[in-house]
Design a protein around this ligand. Sequence first.
Ligand code: PEP
Length: 292
Amino acid sequence: MQITIDSPDATISCPVNLAAPRAKMVVANWKMFGNLALCRESLPRLSAAVIDSVELVVCPPAPYLGEVGRLAGRSGVHYGAGEVAGESVHLGAKELESRSRVHYGAQDVADVTHGARTGEWSADMLAELGCRYAIVGHSERRDRHRECNQTVAVKAAMCIAAGVIPIVCVGELMSDRESGQTEAVLAEQLNAILPLMEKNAMFVLAYEPVWAIGTGLAATPEMAQDVHAFLRHQLATFSPTWAESVTILYGGSVKADNAASLFAMPDIDGGLVGGASLNVDDLLTIYRAANI
Ligand code: PEP
């Protein structure tokens, strides 16, 4: 079964994708920070620390994706169903296993498959580079690049069609929270996306209250848990099994000293980490806190 989506430049179709158990996960969003030295210092240390029960994903600035892929030993591995690109898919399971278990992804993706889009890249290009994930709808893109819910939805669908798992960010402004609109805003963001995806499509949801991003003002674990439970309930209205399988990350000033209490909440499956992910020791502390 397929679903078609009208994007500004093309109609794409999304194959049913990869239902999977709910994974624990920590995603490092380097934003526009870091350099080659950070890639070369951090990837070997992160690789050595990865354990089976928690996924670790690094999202560097796009120019470093090739180097991160090389360091992770995964360049050319294509995860998606459908067409497979690159030599690495010919490797046997044993060889793949011996590679680093750090995954990596992009911080954004285009909402079209190809075209005259200077400075953008497609989901297929990310798949070819071995990206397992792409962040879509980060509040910095919604705000600075005026991305609306519909654009975010199309980007997520583009990822799924290419075999890249979208990490879809949703979150309310402080003014929304103060006026009691948090759930309405989140429902609107989520409901724009879900109808465009096949039920059981594999995606990750990240709850990132905008007021908590980069401010040092994290949501309390209870506050975040309430929202995560609400989001899972919203997912359940589309499919109860899907709701149970979707990883929901919390993002917004996750640090080494608050990660454990946030990740202890039943509906918080890990974190999307900005500033603290640039320090390898802090990132590893946060990563280990998700192993519960
Ligand atoms: C983010 O960039 O998604 C983020 C949550 O940033 P920070 O951890 O710095 O708040």
